[in-house]
Design a protein around this ligand. Sequence first.
Ligand code: PLP
Length: 415
Amino acid sequence: MTFDRAQQLDALLEPYLQARREQQLYRSPLTLESPQGARVLQGGRWLHNFCSNDYLGLAQHPALIEAGQAALARWGAGAGASHLVCGHSQEHAALEDELAAFVARPRALVFSSGYMANLGVLTGLLNKRQAVFEDRLNHASLLDGGRFSDGDFARFAHNDCADLERRLTDCPSPNPWVVVDGVYSMDGDQAPLTELAQLCQRHSALLMVDDAHGLGVFGPQGQGTLAAAGLDLQAAPVLMGTLGKALGSFGAFVAGSQTLIDSLIQRARTYIYTTALPPAQAAISRQALRILQQEPEHLARLHSNIQRWRQGAQALGLAISPSQSAIQPLILGSNERALHYQAELLAAGFWVSAIRPPTVPQGTARLRITLSAAHQASQIDALLTCLAQLQRQDPSLCQDPSLCQGSSLCRGSSL
Ligand code: PLP
C-alpha cells in the first residue's frame, strides 16, 4: 500500500502559506551564527543588532555564564519532571524567593515562559462569566489567555481609561479583571498604571500587569513599572515578569499573595502539566537578579542609550513615538514599506525587525528598534546616519520634513 496522507495535509496547508506570501506577511527566522549581542553574525556578515530584547546586555554577562556552567555541573542538563512531580529543585525555590523579595511581594511562582505564565493565570483563575478587560494592544499571550479562559473577555481602547471606566461601570459581573502590559511590546509606551489602579479601586476590579518589557528597565534597580509608579500588591495584585528579556535568561514568574500563588499551583495548567525549567536556567536568573542589584551601570547605560537615540532621531525629525522604554518603533504603515526599510537597513549592516499584522494593527507596520546597554554610542549614531540617508530618499519618514532638511545628520552623512 502506498501512503499519501502527508501530501493531503500539505495540500490543505499550502493555500494559507501562499496567501501570506502574497500579502507580504510570510515569516521565517534568520539564523544567528554568533551569540546574542549588540553585534551578531548572520548570513556570514556582522550586523549591528537593534532588535533583541536583551536590554541590559546580560545574556553575555560572564557572571551569568559562569553561574550557568556551575549549575549545569551541579544539577545536570534538565529538570527531569514537572514541578509537582519531582522537578522542583532548590534552584527553583531560591529563585522564587529572590524574585518575590525583588518585586516586594510575598511569593512568586516560576513558569517556563511568559506565554505560559499569562495563559496559566488567565485560564486558571478566571471563573465562568467573570469579566476580563484587556488593553487592545496587550501581548498575544494575554489576549489568548483571556480568549481561552472561561471569563467574559473584552478589549478596551489602548491606554484609554475613559473607555475602560465605561465598560467597568456597565459590567454586570462582580470582581472584574483589568489586564495590561506595563510596557507595550510593539509601541514601547507604558500603561497609565496609577490611573488604572485608581480606576480598579473605584470599581473593585483586579489589576494584572505583564511587565515583560518593564522588568530590568524601570524602577530604581529594575523592579519594573509598578515599582516605578509606587504601586504595591494591594494596587495590582497580579504581577507577571519574564526572565528572557532584560534579565538575559529564560522563563517567567508570577508574583503576588500566598493565596494567589497557592491557587496557581492548583489551577494553572501551564504550570502543572509541563516540565520545570532546567535548574541551571534558574541559577542563571538568580545571578541576573544579583547583577541588577550590584551593577547599576547596566541600567544607567541603557537609559543613556535610549536618550541618545531619541535625541538623534528627534534632531532628524523622524516620526518617533513617545516611548521612554528600550522599544522605539518607527511606524511606516504598509507591510511593503516596513519590509523595504528592513531590507535597506540590513543591506547597510543593521538588523532591525519589520513588525507586521497580526502582531500590530493593520496599516501600522513598523520597524521595531530596540536599544540595549550593550550598544556603543557609535552604533546608535551609525543607525541614525543610515536612517538619515534613507530619509533623504523618502522624506515621508520624517514627521516634519523641514526639520530633517535642517539637520546636520541629514545634510552631510555617509556610512
Ligand atoms: N508578555 C509580553 C508583553 C511579551 O512581549 C512577551 C514576549 O515574548 C511575553 C509576554 C512572552 O514571554 P516569553 O517570551 O517568556 O514567552
